[in-house]
Design a protein around this ligand. Sequence first.
Ligand code: PAF
Length: 281
Amino acid sequence: MELFKTKKELEFALDRERNAGHSVGFVPTMGALHEGHLSLVARAGAENDTVVVSIFVNPNQFNDPNDLKHYPRTLESDLALLGSLRCDYLFFPDVTEIYPEPDTRKFDFGALERVMEGRFRPGHFNGVAQVVSRLFDIVRPDKAYFGQKDFQQCSIIKKMCILLKSPIVIVPCDIVRERDGLAMSSRNSLLTAAHKAVAPQIYRILQEAQQESVFSTPEEVKMGVYDKIGKIALLRLEYFEIVDELTLQPIASWEQEGTKVGCIAVYAGQVRLIDNLVFDK
Ligand code: PAF
């Protein structure tokens, strides 16, 4: 694995790969790597000749300065984890390398950004699009890999590629879970023991909601989730929505065409966790 801090070095190495006819798979991350990230890197390795991983905690996507301050940074263990599989190039730039000047671009994702994460984290997806588009310009991958835990982010990035007329193929990858069901997230390392003990209830409640969808309306299922999370003292629900997979708009009836996804955001103490589950109907 070669580690680069500058765009120039990475671009030079990747030009060499492309000139040799090698396909490039890219996994952008903010570090604090876990099994979920590793599954993306493994998939990129299985589908491409060259694998690039970036680690960059992007200040532009944090709507809460406290969240940015406490975001876990674990470069040593990240390097060790990446060493266990095939990562050819690791890009680990400083903020000034990515943003030599402030990025003032405003992306318009329409209704996709007015719900769920977009609604509760104003500016978040604009910041994600700013950094991902810059990283895409540097890496110019054939395919880029993203975890489905950030389900709405996957939709936003696909839309960003359409807006920018980018040919990059976005590959959403399955959520990887702890044995107790908790969706893997870099933020899990910030949970206290007490919050870690109750956090798996989020996935359990999502699964129950999926089962209840057989005999309840979407609104009843939604109320059930609010009720159950509300009874767990250490969890605070921010939202639960059952949305159409493509439009991300809340559904009013199971009769609506298309795949439905239950999406949830919950605070466990100071730590904000998100998860989702497809409701096959
Ligand atoms: O999902 C993430 O870790 C980040 O949002 C991403 C895509 C690396 C952009 O900073």
